[in-house]
Every structure is written in C-alpha cells, then in structure tokens.
Design a protein around this ligand. Structure first.
Ligand code: NAD
Length: 289
C-alpha cells in the first residue's frame, strides 16, 4: 500500500549544488517538488543547473525531450510562499552552518504538517542537535546524498537519538523510490562516509608533508594500488580543502581523539587560500581549466 509519503509533494530548501540535484531526482521519480532558496539569482542558477543536467542525459541518449519537460514541469521554484503545508517531507540543503540550519529547521517545523518528515542533507552536523530545535524530533532524520546527486547511488540515512523507527522506515523507502541505495547509520561525527574518507585524505597530506612521496606518487599508489578512481590529494582538491579541514575539526572535536587532528599542511593550505579546484590551486594547479 503506498504511504502518503509516497505521493504528496516534497520541499527542497536550498537550490545550490546539492539541493538542485535532490530536487531533480525527486522530480525524475515523479514527485511534485517545491524548491526554495533565499534569493532569486541562486534559485535561477539552481533551476538552470537542473535543466543542464537533464540535457546531458538527453545527449547521452538516456532521456528524451518530452521526459525532460515533464521533470522540469514538476519543479516549482520560489523564494517565498511555497505551500509547505501540502508536503510529506522537506529536505534541507542550505550551507553547512549550525546557526543557519537551526533557523531553517525551525521555520520548516512551523510550516510543515505535523506528520511530515524533516530531513537534513548535512554532511557533518549532529542530527540530534538539529532535531532538538524543532517540535518533531521523532520525525527529523539525516538524508545525506552524495555529489553529484543524480549520479551517485548512495544515501546515508542518519538516525538521530530521537528519530522514530517509522521515520527511518519511511525515509529508507523514499530513498529506494528515488533509485538510490540507502544505508542506515547512527548519528556520530562524520557518520560513516566522512569518518572513513577524511582521515584517509588527512593521512595522505601527512605523507606529503613528511616527504614520503610526491603528490603524484601518493595519488598513483592509491589509484593503481587500491583501485581508487581519484587519488586522495586530487580528491581533496575536488571536495575543497576548507571543507576537508572543517570535517576534520568536527571529527577531532566530536571524538576528542588526536588521531583525527588535522594535518598542519592542510591548515596552511587553507590559510593561504589554496582551496583546491574552486580557487584554481590546491595540491594541483587548475589555473588553466
Ligand atoms: N557539495 C557537496 O559535495 C556536499 C555533499 C554532501 C552534502 N553536502 C551538504 O549539503 C548542504 C548544502 O551544500 P551545497 O554544496 O549544496 O551548498 P551551496 O552553497 O551550493 O547551496 C546552498 C544554497 O542554499 C541557499 N540558502 C542559503 N540560506 C538559505 C535560507 N535561509 N533559505 C533557503 N536557502 C538558503 C543558498 O542561496 C544556496 O543556493 C550542506 O549541508 C553540505 O554540507 C554537500
């Protein structure tokens, strides 16, 4: 029997890199999507990136023009006044700042119907702490999509201390309806993905700092020896070195264990503004691309 969760509209708040991808996958799965952003230019950029992503699928031959138009027609974007009281679920994808997320979650809690799930795409903030600012902690959950959302099959479904079993079951079903593979994880710093990935990247930076090998050498070992598609230093440049540092700080603070101390070279690179691809320079130089 389809649950109400499976038919009512979905709200996605924040139309950036992640929010636009999340809106796209919900619309592609046949859901009406309300996409909210705080300002018009960001919303326009988000809607344009969805159209571009669908056009890429047409070029690849996996989507036709009529299907693209249907997906786009299911997404309504606005900076205010979205009918959130119709929604079965809202997914928050605003920037990774605790104060901002708390404000947005409070607003969503007030606007959504009482049975709606309030999901957050946070990659490092405690679900339990975010849930505590709402009046529906049992229905707050992490839905940690991976970038780029339309391509990556994983969703980490993160259970906060107060998240109910029903919310977990509904969210796992929802992720499967999107064609994703959900993995249930507990609300601990870094969940599973960042807890395993970031210390590996941090260790690669220590190896570089100590001169164990060159940057190319370190990346080649992990690519050819471990079958990783990207070496850890190239991956750090792609993620953003500032984001890597933030997540290492979360792990270090959250566990109180020095095994998660950020590498001094990582701190130095961030202090110098060498943030990776987005700034044109990180461990590698991207000034030509
Ligand atoms: N980028 C990634 O690779 C990635 C991967 C997994 C999870 N995440 C998480 O997803 C979340 C969003 O990250 P992103 O990379 O998409 O960020 P982003 O900066 O690309 O997008 C955030 C969007 O939120 C909008 N926004 C800001 N304040 C708002 C408000 N009060 N109300 C509505 N909209 C608001 C901004 O205008 C912007 O369009 C973060 O929590 C991040 O940690 C990011």
């Amino acid at each position: 029997m389809p649950t109400a969760t499976a038919t009512r509209p979905v709200a996605v708040i924040g139309a950036g890199t992640m929010g636009s991808g999340i809106a796209q996958v919900f619309a592609a799965a046949g859901r009406q999507v309300y996409l909210g952003d705080r300002d018009e230019p960001s919303l326009k950029r988000g809607l344009a990136s969805i159209a571009k992503s669908l056009d890429r699928l047409i070029k690849k031959g996996t989507l036709d023009a009529a299907a693209r138009d249907q997906v786009l027609a299911r997404i309504r974007g606005a900076t205010a006044g979205l009918p959130l009281s119709e929604c079965a679920i809202a997914v928050e994808a605003v920037p990774e700042r605790l104060d901002l997320k708390k404000v947005v979650l409070r607003e969503l809690d007030n606007a959504l119907p009482p049975d709606a799930i309030l999901a957050t795409n946070t990659s490092s903030i405690s679900i339990t702490e975010l849930a505590a600012v709402t009046g529906r902690a049992a229905r707050v959950i992490g839905m940690h999509f991976m970038n780029p959302v339309p391509v990556m099959p994983l969703v980490e479904v993160v259970r906060g201390l107060e998240t109910s079993e029903e919310t977990v079951t509904r969210t796992m079903e929802l992720a499967r309806d999107l064609g994703k593979t959900p993995v249930l994880v507990e609300d601990r710093p870094g969940f599973v993905s960042n807890r395993v990935l970031l210390p590996m990247i941090n260790e690669a930076i220590f190896a570089l700092q100590e001169g164990v090998a060159t940057r190319e050498g370190i990346d080649t070992v992990m690519k050819l020896g471990m079958n990783h598609p990207l070496g850890p230093l190239a991956l750090a440049d792609l993620i953003g070195l500032d984001v890597c540092l933030d997540i290492m700080e979360v792990l270090h603070r959250g566990f109180g264990d020095d095994k998660y101390r950020p590498c001094p070279l990582l701190r130095q690179m961030v202090a110098a503004g060498r943030l990776g691809r987005k700034s044109g320079r990180g461990f590698y130089d991207y000034s030509d691309s």
